[in-house]
Design a protein around this ligand. Sequence first.
Ligand code: NAD
Length: 261
Amino acid sequence: MNRLDGKVCVVTGAASGIGKRIAEVYAAAGGKVVIADLKLDAAEATATEIRDAGGDALAVAMDVTDEAQVVDGIAKAVAHYGRIDVLVSNAGIQIVNKLTDFSYADWKKMLAIHLDGAFLTTRECLRDMETRGTGGAIIYMGSVHSHTASKLKAPYVTAKHGLLGLARTVAKEAAAYGVRANVICPGFVRTPLVDKQIPEQAKELGISEDEVIRNVMLKDTVDGEFTTVDDVAAVALTLAAFETNALTGQSIVVSHGWFMQ
Ligand code: NAD
């Protein structure tokens, strides 16, 4: 079984959805988890749940687009646990709109959360990993949209493709320090992020919510099923626990066959 005994794992956006489940699974595997989220109350609640279940967790307030908050949040994690071994750059949002209707502000907001956030958290965690020289793992939450496109999602698709480039660069630059960088690319997972866009897409596309699920979200899967937070967390655990540079610079698609590489 994959174990993370004593490893310090920062998970951004860990107060909800995929990030929350990854934090729980990491804690159950012996990791010390840092719940970094915009919403401190929800992050504290997640950390409390993990501690109540016998795990070790620290909640940290962090807007991943704010350089000072990222620097401060990672410093707090290092002060508390002494080191960072694993980063899961997961915080994200979705805004759906036709490209011609997208405001510049929404475009910049999307790229800031998905790309600036990934850069800032990577830089701070990597600085700690390189200083200690004992290796580590950096995992980006990409998407099937790191490899393909859908209507109404221009900035999301652009940002998720961008994460592949960041991961490959980090894999090359950080290999000397034993740090691996990979991307997980999930299909649709029923989290608040997806629940919000079902009615939005139905309205934009002029179809029912059921049709959005069946004919848009799950149309190209092999079995018409959603990917689950457990599916994604299992891949995140494998990537965090993997011990050599053999598995680096990759993207792993977990999508019920929606996208096949
Ligand atoms: P979610 O809405 O359940 O959780 C996202 C979390 O990120 C929330 O706790 C939110 O507070 C936090 N967050 C948002 N902006 C932040 C910021 N600026 N700084 C720090 N935290 C912030 O969403 P989810 O579905 O669990 O999505 C998590 C990641 O998985 C995202 O990157 C998303 O793009 C990706 N993803 C989701 C799906 C899906 O179908 N749900 C599929 C592929 C990829």
